[in-house]
Design a protein. Sequence first.
Length: 187
Amino acid sequence: FLEGFIPAGVYEVETAIPAEALVTRLLDAWAAGVGADRIARAGRHPLGLYGVVTLASLVERETGVDRERDTIAGAYLNRLDPDLNPTRLMDADPTVVYAADTMALRDLPFREWPGYLFWDTLGVSRLADVEVPKDLASWQTYVNPGLPDGPIATPSAASIEAVLEPDRKDRYLFFYACPRSEEHTSE
């Protein structure tokens, strides 16, 4: 999967650029933005580089507030710890929204994709009730334990750093998005 490793931005390229060269350029831009030190540390992390990027993508979609990232990363890591959370359910809202968006795009003609509103609320009372097909099952983190099979977005360097240096001291398992605010509170 390249999801999680393609940075946002505007890139000037020749129209005849080979696909491999374009992908290499994008991955090089991602690596430069994240930094060699973080990539090396992520490679040594128990989750491995891909797992760190996957978890960081959840942190990225959960909050835009830098001071919360390490607490949210810590809560997600605590949810993966069977001693703190025997079910290992992530209960991550953004993963279910990602699965729902993926399902919606499958049914939408490609020409209509630019008008699609990503990351919108699902309008359901319980995210655990959202049914997803087998190939997206791991992103239904209210039902399936552990990390999803891959990232849901490209995380910032700050979100990757939060996973590498999480705040787990209070052993939080939950956080709550404060109404009419970008901030969360932890429990």
